[in-house]
Design a protein around this ligand. Structure first.
Ligand code: AMP
Length: 323
């Protein structure tokens, strides 16, 4: 491994100190990457593992007059994540990406253990995409002994993902709240791919008066329409060929809405398309108000269609907004 990419190793991640308040780490993988050139040239990317180093880097960037753009992720980065990074780069002077597979948002039967962890490749992508700082904390850094706080957003979490993944949004809200407190960005970028999550985060930020602008970014899809997801790599070759049916179902439902149909009619149409492929086990298809996620949007009003289904062992979600 070249010396200058030594920071992007899994080993580096394991080394992440849990002692947030000791003096800066002397390890080369953390102190690397300061200054590639003068005169406004973007500094080289750094990988850090502690809250302390993140805060320090962000404070320095802000002192240089750079605004902070933040993209929280669980890693296994793909073009969907990169589009958020791109959006952050367009608007902010210092881009922070977090990579943390957050255990508290996975249910006991879910895929936490097998979730792809590809830190080295992720860091290479981030570096290429012009990210300034990657924060990849070990679990103990985020949840040290004695951790006792949960952020619970009521209402918008109660249906759809919240119903099928009990506790999921408590885990999401808590970790996003923590990450926003650590990075303190001007803007945080989230994908519409996880539409309900975006609504939950907006609700939390408004309710807790968090000083951050939440920016929603469009879903990036494969050429055949499948929404990009880190979990797509679980699909077998055969499953992969039928996976775009989820998006096709949403499009069929959206067409009903565009023609003046009701949310219920749109949902029925989408379900028809989905069940025509017997390998799908549908969990929900719903139509909702795009801002509040209240059910039964009025015909002729904007709506979002949301769906979740298992394909084999892989759980897919997708959504489509109809203006
Ligand atoms: P994850 O790593 O799955 O937690 O996702 C991190 C962020 O990337 C979230 O805000 C997601 O909504 C967003 N994201 C994931 N997939 C896509 C996609 N296909 N298009 C746009 N954003 C995405």
């Amino acid at each position: 491994m070249p010396a200058d990419s030594g920071e992007a190793t899994a080993e580096g991640q394991e080394k992440g100190s849990t002692k947030d308040d000791v003096s800066p780490s002397p390890q080369p993988e953390r102190s690397e990457g300061v200054g590639e050139g003068a005169g406004g040239v973007r500094l080289k990317m750094r990988l850090v593992h502690t809250v302390r180093e993140t805060r320090q880097a962000v404070t320095e960037a802000r002192a240089q007059g750079r605004s902070i753009g933040f993209v929280p992720t669980m890693g296994a980065l793909h073009a969907g994540h990169l589009s958020l990074i791109e959006a952050a780069r367009r608007r902010d002077g210092f881009v922070v990406v977090s990579i943390f597979v957050n255990p508290t948002q996975f249910g006991p039967q879910e895929d936490f253990a097998k979730y792809p962890r590809t830190l080295e490749a992720d860091c290479a992508l981030c570096r290429e995409a012009g990210v300034d700082l990657v924060f990849a904390p070990p679990i103990e850094e985020m949840y040290p002994e004695g951790f006792a706080t949960t952020v619970h957003v009521a209402g918008v979490t109660e249906r759809m993902e919240g119903l099928f993944r009990p506790g999921h949004f408590d885990g999401v809200a808590t970790v996003v709240c923590k990450l926003l407190g650590i990075v303190q960005p001007e803007r945080a970028y989230f994908g519409q791919k996880d539409y309900q999550q975006l609504v939950v985060v907006r609700r939390m930020v408004a309710d807790l008066n968090l000083p951050v602008e939440v920016v929603g970014c469009p879903t990036v899809r494969e050429a055949d329409g499948l929404a990009m997801s880190s979990r797509n790599r679980y699909l077998s070759a055969e499953e992969r060929t039928v996976a775009p049916r989820l998006y096709q179902a949403l499009r069929a439902g959206a067409e009903v809405l565009r023609r003046g149909g009701t949310g219920e009619e749109a949902v029925r149409r989408a379900q028809e398309v989905l069940v025509s492929e017997p390998r799908f086990r549908v969990q929900y298809v719903e139509a909702a108000d795009p801002e509040t996620l209240a059910p039964h949007p009025q015909a002729g009003r904007p709506a979002v269609l949301l769906a979740a289904a298992f394909l084999g062992e892989t759980r897919l979600i997708d959504n489509l907004v109809v203006e």
